[in-house]
Design a protein around this ligand. Structure first.
Ligand code: ZN
Length: 193
């Protein structure tokens, strides 16, 4: 059976063979918008938002949260690369809803092996040692999708590095239907001033 590495390189060879005119794409995103969303493997922004190479910036992290690093990317996105509209897209059934900072820190303190999600929560099956380094990270977990979208749009809207003229839209992607559900309170809060 082919390894992950071989499979990826094989797929890439085929992709590069058909690369064609994409060699001429400009660096700034042609459609001038950016999406901040979760790294969840079920989400494919290119497909659910109809993007082609060169169209838009997609900033991804666990939860699609407006972390300092996400803000770093978004500021570069508008300041240097011309985006003028942003979308914050969290999603249903997000893994970030399944734990808290305390739980994550506890799991990491036990071991650096995989943890397992069971009916009553996460369990560490590894044989240590673990580390206390998890204490120093804000894991930006999520309790409620609408609230997390609202919270992140609020943070972006109020951030001193984010100009008031960029509209910020809030959505929840439904992993069961593939649809984008609007979060009107977030989009209202994120409207351009
Ligand atoms: Zn997620």
């Amino acid at each position: 059976m082919a390894s992950t590495l071989e499979t990826i390189l094989d797929a890439n060879r085929r992709y590069a063979e058909g690369f064609g005119e994409k060699c001429n794409l400009a660096m700034p995103p042609a459609r001038r918008f950016a999406i901040l969303t979760c790294m969840d493997a079920r989400l494919d922004p290119a497909k659910f938002a109809g993007l082609a190479e060169g169209d838009a910036h997609v900033v991804r992290n666990a939860g699609g949260r407006a972390s300092d690093d996400a803000i770093r990317s978004l500021v570069i996105s508008y300041k240097l690369l011309g985006t003028r509209e942003w979308f914050v897209i969290h999603h249903s059934d997000c893994g970030m809803e399944t734990f808290s900072d305390e739980v994550m820190r506890g799991l990491l303190a036990k071991s650096l092996d995989h943890a397992v999600l069971e009916a009553d929560g996460w369990h560490d099956r590894g044989s240590g040692p673990g580390t206390s380094e998890g204490q120093y990270i804000d894991w930006l977990t999520i309790r409620n999708q609408e609230e997390s979208v609202l919270e992140d749009v609020r943070r972006l809207r109020g951030h001193p590095l984010v100009p008031p003229w960029i509209p910020i839209y809030g959505f929840i992607y439904d992993v069961r239907s593939g649809g984008l559900l609007p979060v009107p309170a977030a989009t209202k809060l994120g409207s351009a001033k």
